[in-house]
Design a protein around this ligand. Structure first.
Ligand SMILES: C[S@@+](CC[C@H](N)C(=O)[O-])C[C@H]1O[C@@H](n2cnc3c(N)ncnc32)[C@H](O)[C@@H]1O
Length: 401
């Protein structure tokens, strides 16, 4: 099984830098039209809205939200992700879980929980590896997904192709809190970057939240404005020694990360969070992607992906805060995959590949690990219960050293 052609991943670029606009006009569908209209009406009634509210409306509106009714990945979509590029990615993540799970005594029953599984490809690759090692008895899969369309794609891939024959029951949930309380592998790949953020700008009066308003001159247009006073989110989340010009916070992501750590502490489990992000020094990272290019986030809402870098430092802080867990990383994707033996896996696949497949394998390997491609931008963070500390002192966690 090989995947990959010539692809773009979500590259970072500043929203206030010159944007590379896409010349193609968006399909003027009723649903897209209605999201914009709904947002404009809401702003006219209630006043300017936060980035977080805008992101939620644009991505998850049940009628026309970006993720709700389309396949957004690959050549015909807007971006490519690592599991879609190559089977090696999911295989090495499966090997990591199996290895660390064995240090915990390989407890069963086991749940594989994936947040935001996209097409289901990563889960499929992990199940394939686990099935190869006969590890799937007393195992269930729990997919946390809000998109009806992506849920169907996941079911098509996992139920008709693979998991049914693996004999693994699969359940879908709208939220992590709906997943049964049990020992689990938790996996979140390019999930946290899709969660709604708030953005703040430093001014001479202190930090002010950036909001989205209707342009008073042209009422069909949206624009950024600054809140006249401090907002509640700013008061609660911004630290007094903050000095960056722009600051982003993701309360929903932090709450989820804390909930994940609490589950791992209470019921056992292993978590891997993989995303692009920074360690507390990120600034203005909010951006939109359409057809593999940067796009103006305020134009044609619902037709482009909206995303922001994950603040791994803030995430680590909430996870470790009151929970008895150990957090490792973040380390770069290149470091993790190299430590997990991606070069050996590549060599093995190359040996059995046809000449045209070798080119494609080399290409996807380069995309995954090259520092100027996905190798440095994407980061891995692991969470394990602190009860594993004794064994991890003796047999250090894989992938992170
Ligand atoms: C960028 S995609 C990543 C997909 C996949 N993990 C991959 O790497 O190919 C984000 C995924 O998260 C889902 N998603 C976004 N917001 C969500 C939310 N609040 N709750 C659950 N799933 C969400 C999307 O529908 C989609 O499946």
């Amino acid at each position: 099984m090989l995947r990959c052609t010539n692809h773009f991943f979500k590259r970072p670029l500043c929203r206030f830098s010159k944007l590379q606009h896409n010349n193609r006009t968006a399909p003027n569908t009723l649903s897209n039209f209605s999201i914009k209209q709904q947002i404009i009406t809401k702003i006219k009634v209630r006043g300017p809205i936060t980035f977080a509210e805008y992101m939620k409306d644009v991505l998850l509106n049940p009628q026309g939200g970006y993720y709700m009714h389309r396949d957004v990945f690959g050549d015909k979509g807007d971006f490519i992700t690592s599991p879609e590029l190559s089977q090696m990615f999911g295989e090495l993540l499966a090997v990591w879980f199996i290895n660390e799970w064995s240090k915990a005594g390989s407890p069963k029953p086991l749940q594989i929980v994936e947040l935001g599984p996209g097409r289901g490809t990563l889960c499929y690759d992990m199940l394939r590896v686990m099935s190869r090692f006969n590890l799937l008895d007393k195992t269930s899969v729990h997919l946390v997904e809000v998109s009806p369309h992506l849920t169907k794609l996941q079911a098509d891939l996992l139920c008709s192709n693979g998991a049914a024959s693996f004999g693994v029951p699969i359940s879908w949930h709208k939220h992590l809190k709906d997943v049964p309380d049990q020992f689990a592998f938790y996996l979140a790949h390019e999930f946290f970057d899709a969660l709604p953020i708030h953005q703040f700008k430093k001014t001479e009066h202190g930090y002010r939240e950036i909001l989205i308003d209707v342009d008073p001159v042209q009422e069909s247009k949206l624009r950024f404005v600054l809140s006249p006073t401090e907002t509640a989110v700013g008061k609660f989340f911004l630290s007094t020694d903050e000095s960056r010009e722009f600051v982003e916070v993701c309360p929903e992501g932090l709450t989820l990360a804390e909930g994940l750590a609490k589950r791992i502490e209470s019921y056992g489990g292993l978590g891997l969070i993989v995303d692009y992000g920074h360690e507390g020094q990120g600034r203005d990272t909010f951006r939109a992607f359409k057809n593999h290019k940067l796009h103006d986030p305020l134009i044609e809402p619902g037709t482009a992906d909206l995303t922001a870098d994950v603040d791994f430092e803030a995430m680590k802080k909430v996870m470790c805060g009151t929970n008895e867990v150990l957090v490792y990383g973040p380390v770069s994707q290149r470091t993790f995959l190299m430590n997990m033996g991606i070069e050996c896996r590549l060599e093995n696949l190359r040996k059995n590949a046809k000449p045209e497949q070798i080119e494609s394998l080399d290409y996807s390997y380069g995309m995954l690990v090259d520092p100027d491609k996905m190798g440095d931008r994407f980061k891995f963070l692991a969470v394990v219960p602190s009860t594993l500390s004794v064994i991890l002192n003796k047999y250090p966690i894989c992938g992170f050293s």
